[in-house]
Design a protein around this ligand. Structure first.
Ligand SMILES: NC(=O)C1=CN([C@@H]2O[C@H](COP(=O)(O)OP(=O)(O)OC[C@H]3O[C@@H](n4cnc5c(N)ncnc54)[C@H](OP(=O)(O)O)[C@@H]3O)[C@@H](O)[C@H]2O)[C@H](O)CC1
Ligand SMILES: [K+]
Length: 325
């Protein structure tokens, strides 16, 4: 197993976690450089780590949840996912006067963001905004917008995106989840929104819904945020002979993460402030068949911190990743 450190060139060596802390706690902006590099250190895996899902496995779990056998609807899962995100946002940011902005994408990740924004209002936050530039075509997305507005979420016009993001205390990154195609360049307006989020001067929390937008579900952050040097033994290195087009170098720099259902393989790269698991709806038989047991929830909690349960390397990653594509 490996622990990753990012070393800024020609400056004091800080871990990525320290960078996140200084970037968000001291309110200073730190820009990652393409010349930055990751250093790998060996450590021993223990058995109490959670299993990380490949993209194909995440989609399989979703399909199973919505199969004839289990019978959930997408709308139900989205509601529970969004509720979990709202609870994590509230736990990390208890002050009700904070300005919270959900930045929502065109797919179900964006739907989770709309649900979360509504629940954040229901929890008593006074200033909740949503940015939703490309609403999904399914009627449920229209219902989610109406529900959110009824509870006080303010939808922002394109002309006010920049100012709204600039004034946010908390940003909810609900642009893309596990269906993001990291081999395609990021299109606008999403690219612009991600740049604005990363440059937001006030935001002390940037919360990624399911996956930080712009990350590859399996390979993690974009190449430009990865090491210039890799060791041959790093299972997260690009597979040799990978001919995919270079992806966008853009990704949201989140410091809080809510994985839904189960963490995905890219979670091995996480070095932020807090990582939660939400979406407490996996029936025991499915959890067993997908080797997700034991689910780490306790008592009546719908979210649970999993930072200490995350493996930092993924045995057999390369082989399974290429099989799943
Ligand atoms: N199991 C659960 O706990 C639940 C998870 N949910 C959430 O659903 C997402 C996955 O949702 P999905 O609709 O499959 O996909 P995404 O929202 O991740 O993204 C799809 C849209 O993204 C566009 N896309 C893809 N790649 C790019 C790119 N490089 N640039 C720009 N846009 C991109 C894609 O566009 P297309 O043109 O390809 O159609 C889609 O519009 C999961 O992560 C959870 O957050 C559910 O709520 C259910 C419960
Ligand atoms: K996201």
């Amino acid at each position: 197993m490996f622990i990753l450190h990012w070393r800024p060139p020609l400056t004091t060596c800080l871990t990525f976690r320290q960078l996140a802390i200084s970037r968000f706690n001291l309110g200073r902006r730190i820009t990652r450089s393409n010349t930055g590099r990751w250093l790998c250190m060996s450590s021993i895996a223990n058995q109490s780590t959670l299993r990380l899902l490949s993209q194909a496995e995440a989609q399989r779990v979703d399909e199973a949840l919505m199969s004839e056998t289990i019978g959930y609807s997408l709308e139900q899962l989205m509601e529970l996912a969004g509720l979990a995100v709202a609870l994590a946002a509230a736990r990390e940011n208890p002050k009700r006067s904070q300005r919270i902005v959900a930045v929502c994408g065109p797919g179900n990740n964006g739907g989770d963001g709309l649900v979360a924004a509504r629940h954040i209002c229901i929890l008593g936050y006074e200033h909740v905004f949503a940015i939703y530039p490309k609403p999904g075509s399914h009627p449920h997305f229209q219902r989610l917008v109406k529900q959110a507005m009824s509870h006080g979420v303010r939808f922002v016009d394109a002309a006010a995106y920049e100012q709204t993001i600039c004034e946010a205390d908390v940003l909810i990154d609900a642009l893309f989840g596990f269906s993001f195609r990291a081999d395609r360049p990021m299109r606008d307006p999403f690219a612009t929104l991600i740049r604005l989020m990363n440059a937001s001067p006030r935001a002390t929390t940037v919360l990624a819904v399911d996956i930080p937008s712009g990350w590859d579900v399996e390979r993690g952050p974009p190449e430009a945020m990865r090491p210039a040097e890799r060791t041959a033994s790093d299972p997260r290195s690009s597979t040799s002979g990978d001919q995919r087009a270079p992806a966008s170098s853009l990704a949201v720099m989140a410091n809080v993460w809510v994985s839904l259902t189960a963490p995905k393989r890219c979670a091995a790269f996480w070095q932020g402030r807090a990582h939660y698991l939400g979406g407490r709806f996996v029936p025991p038989a499915l959890a067993k068949s997908m080797q997700l047991e034991p689910l780490p929830y306790t008592d009546s909690e719908l979210i649970v911190r999993i930072d200490h349960l995350l493996p930092t390397s993924i045995p057999g990653h390369q082989q399974e990743a290429s099989e799943s594509r």
